[in-house]
Design a protein around this ligand. Structure first.
Ligand code: BGC
Length: 768
């Protein structure tokens, strides 16, 4: 179902749902979630259990469940678990009569709220109000305020504690559960199966209004609970606050001790104080990251929703990856894909460089894993994991999809042929460097990554003597429907780019920091001669060029000879709607239908292609693209902007920004795999569309440039950028453009507006 009609907003800062739809548990649980990059707590209800997709996914807890080959993040026991009984009947949205139903996500303050009035068939009733957040000031902490008012005299019972029976995609992650009660706190200490990671979940509560007459603690094998009883008169209210801390031994030395201290301290501060600090921290995030859209409230809230989701998926407390589904569930193993560099990193490079730095440093930290992967497959250097967790070793399994017609597993080669991931990492490093001018990062970390990737590429290319060129064979480009292809345009162009960046780092260091260069060469285990290999390949690598007549770039060798059919016609060939379209026997394999278009991806990321080429390729590939990937709409929007297809660009903006909120296009199941959750890359892509597409922002060596085209449906946009160490305030309207350099800047910056250049000193502003 399309959820669009079920949602509303009053301030352009919140998502409000007024009708509960039991068929949308996966989607709404993700959409209404709270989080802080350390944990993601789904927007489910306190009385719900594993079957309702309740989850609190914690980063840096990668582990293989009992009997599983898949390393994934753990879903930890639910410390906010609370069931309310009115005269022994459970208050739940699944049963009884619900009125004044309200579930909201306050994007500005990172709060999840629920209100509802519930009555059973016997007319017993209660008014419920709950608010919760995942603290942005202490990432281990969840806080909740739970309040209910009796609608008639009666006995009201609460069961609140920690529910250890959690939803876990690949099975049981905990080999031991040790529940305890200590100093009025309840706790669960867990040990994971594979890694022996110790995880602690501790909770404490305090009553703010009314207190229970009876109170009892129940300890079960996987949980601990407080049974609390109240005899209330009609109109009486009970309110309590709950503080939960979740810690683990991959981050802290004594998880239980720390969790207990944090809960006790949190209860001392109280919910309101914790909330105030949390809100202040969100304020400072939005102060830098908000994009204000004038004249279109729907686009405004969609934009904020996507920035919110991208941000709560990002670990800001450590150098850890952004998962392809963030922390909304265990899908894609909580691990980074190329999505991180190409969709999520840009927003941070230009707004919060300190977060961007964590992300690129993560790629340095995981070099050993990338080197192991290269070595295992017979290459040199660093072949980054398609699915990258804590160590950078490849987490993606050989068998991912299942042939739904035969039940047999499909051997996909995402993990060994999708080599563009290594140059994508270089793309991220360069993006960060160009935006931040952080040369120190290149010296300490970046150059080593660039050299290791270059070495990998040296070992991966083939020299074709007869053609006097280097080629790349047996590839899988971003378009995953076509495996085992040669000379994929995206991969070949990126390979050249990555080698050129390694050469740039080499040459710059040779001139400025020869000793450091020598150190890195020693670490990588190469001689200066390596630079010649890089430049020879960069010069001679085959780049599929636009066809002289049509200007279309062939996606890979032989692509144009495949059956030319459109996605809708092809879809009719499906025997089962859940079939996988790609390798080896999927319906798209022998056709030109694409999951996502590699050439469009190339044109979206790089400049230098003529208007003619942009237009020809957009018009060729767009109708042949099925958008089986949530990454696809945003690059289409970006290229549509460049190719002056403004209406199309807006259509794709709407598609990218509503993928999760309106749940209009994504299936929860594909090729037999559960793929629900937040599409984090699409969320990051929304930022790119607005800033790089509609505002036409571009970083150049000597400054920054803008060439805006505001959608017809909007009046204007205002936003901040932090680029080349300058904080800028920008407003773009259909007939005017304004940039102001913040007073705190220490240097001037060159702004290019459609060819007109101005050097802006700190505190100055310019209008075009
Ligand atoms: C896409 C990949 C992407 C992955 C994780 C797949 O469906 O085809 O490009 O990296 O999802 O988001």
């Amino acid at each position: 179902m399309n959820l669009e009609n079920n949602l509303r907003t009053t301030t352009q800062w919140e998502i409000i749902e007024n009708t509960f739809d039991p068929d949308q548990l996966v989607t709404t649980g993700s959409n209404f979630m709270i989080g802080n990059g350390y944990m993601g707590y789904r927007g489910t209800f306190e009385e719900w259990e594993a079957k309702d997709y309740v989850a609190c996914i914690v980063t840096d807890t990668w582990d293989k469940a009992e009997g599983s080959q898949w390393s994934e993040l753990c879903n930890v026991p639910n410390g906010l678990f609370t069931q309310l009984f009115v005269n022994d009947k459970l208050v739940t949205v699944f049963d009884g009569e619900i009125t004044d139903y309200y579930r909201a996500l306050d994007l500005r303050n990172g709060l999840n709220q629920r209100k509802m009035r519930w009555r059973s068939s016997e007319e017993d009733g209660v008014q419920l109000e709950v608010e919760k957040f995942a603290s942005k000031t202490n990432h281990h902490v969840l806080a909740m305020r739970y309040s209910f008012t009796a609608l008639q005299d009666g006995t009201y019972r609460l069961n609140t504690g920690i529910d250890g029976k959690v939803w876990s995609i690949k099975g049981e992650h905990f080999k031991s559960y040790t529940p305890f009660e200590e100093d009025s706190l309840l706790g669960l200490s867990l040990k994971t199966y594979e890694q022996d990671t110790e995880i602690a979940v501790v909770e404490g509560i305090a009553f703010l209004e009314n207190t229970p007459e009876k109170s009892e603690i129940t300890i079960t094998d996987k949980g601990c609970f407080r049974e609390l009883e109240f005899t209330l008169k009609k109109g009486e209210t009970v309110t309590f606050q709950k503080v939960v801390s979740i810690t683990h031994s991959n981050e802290v030395q004594h998880p239980i001790k720390l969790a207990k201290e944090e809960v006790s301290q949190g209860l001392q501060y109280g919910y309101d104080t914790l909330k105030k600090e949390h809100q202040q921290s969100w304020d400072s995030f939005w102060d830098r990251s908000d994009i204000q859209i004038q004249g279109n409230p729907e686009a405004q809230v969609l934009t904020r929703f996507n920035i919110y989701q991208a941000f709560i998926a990002t670990p800001t407390h450590a150098n850890l990856p952004i998962g392809a589904r963030g922390l909304s569930c265990q899908v894609y193993q909580g691990a980074a894909f190329w999505d991180q560099e190409t969709y999520n990193l840009p927003m941070y490079c230009y707004t919060h460089p300190e977060i961007a730095k964590n992300l690129v440093t993560y790629r340095f930290d995981t070099l050993p894993g990338a080197k192991r992967k290269a070595q295992n497959l017979g290459y040199y250097g660093a072949f980054y994991a398609w699915t990258s967790g804590k160590t950078g070793d490849e987490l993606f399994p050989d068998y991912f999809f299942t042939d739904v017609l035969t039940g047999r597993k499909i051997r996909n080669h995402f993990n060994c042929w999708q080599i563009h991931i290594s140059p994508d990492v270089v793309y991220g490093i360069w993006l960060y460097y160009e935006a931040s001018l952080d040369w120190d990062f290149i010296l300490k970390h970046g150059a080593e990554v660039l050299f290791e990737v270059a070495q990998f590429l040296v070992s991966r290319v083939h020299f074709k003597k007869d053609k006097d060129r280097f080629e790349l064979i047996r590839l899988l480009g971003p378009d995953e429907y076509h495996e085992n292809v040669d000379n994929d345009a995206y991969t070949n162009y990126l390979t050249k780019y990555a080698l050129e960046k390694a050469i740039w780092a080499f040459d710059t260091m040779k001139e400025k920091e020869p000793n450091r260069l020598q150190e890195i060469l020693n670490t990588v285990g190469i001689e200066e001669q390596a630079r010649n290999d890089w430049s020879e390949i960069a010069e001679l690598i085959y780049l599929p060029k636009p066809d002289p007549k049509t200007r279309v770039i062939e996606q890979f060798d032989g692509y144009f000879t495949l059956e030319d059919i459109r996605p809708d016609a092809l879809r009719k060939r499906l025997i089962d709607p859940g079939e996988y379209w790609g390798w080896p026997n999927g319906i798209a394999v022998n056709t030109q239908v694409l999951k996502q278009a590699d050439v469009i991806q190339l044109l979206a990321l790089f400049d230098g292609f003529s208007d003619e080429v942009l237009t020809a390729n957009y018009e060729y590939y767009e109708p042949r693209t099925e958008h089986g990937s949530s990454l696809s709409p945003s690059v289409h929007a970006l290229v549509a902007c460049k190719a002056n297809h403004h209406e199309e660009a807006y259509r794709y903006f709407m598609e990218a920004s509503t993928i999760d909120l309106y749940n209009a296009s994504k299936k929860v199941m594909s090729g037999g795999s559960f793929l629900g959750g937040i599409h984090t890359a699409a969320a990051g892509g929304v930022w790119r569309i607005i800033i790089e597409g509609f505002a036409g922002f571009k970083v150049k060596t000597d400054g920054i440039a803008f060439d805006p085209a505001i959608p017809d449906a909007w009046e204007g946009i205002s936003f901040k950028l932090f680029v080349k160490q300058c904080l800028l305030e920008i407003s773009v309207y259909k007939d005017s453009f304004h940039v102001k350099s913040d007073r705190s800047n220490t240097d001037s910056i060159t702004i290019d507006f459609r060819g007109q250049q101005v050097s802006l000193v700190p505190g100055a502003a310019v209008d075009f």
